[in-house]
Ligand binder design. Sequence first.
Ligand code: SF4
Length: 107
Amino acid sequence: MLSNAFAARRVFLLQTVTVGLGAAMATQASAQAMLSESDSQAVALGYKADAAKVDKTKQTKFAAGQACVNCTLFQGAPNAAAGGCPLFAGKQVTAKGWCSAYAKKAS
Ligand code: SF4
């Protein structure tokens, strides 16, 4: 009886640890998948993680209000802080980011 209770508690603890590790790894994986501004493709397209920091003298196409979140290529949810972009496969761009391939999402 006591050993059954002990075994059940052991299984519960192992499941809890496994679920916790899975969540931690998922968080780390998505953190690792953020696009870096120094990525060669990001540099080529003038990507900035914060559209407010776009150099307007170099990026003459940029207009106030443009950001990944309202770009037709942004794959994240409308209220997500980050999401995928097909131009940067396997990476996430920030919702408030911008690059020179920006194309306004149809409303
Ligand atoms: Fe952001 Fe659009 Fe450029 Fe992708 S193509 S990085 S969603 S502005």
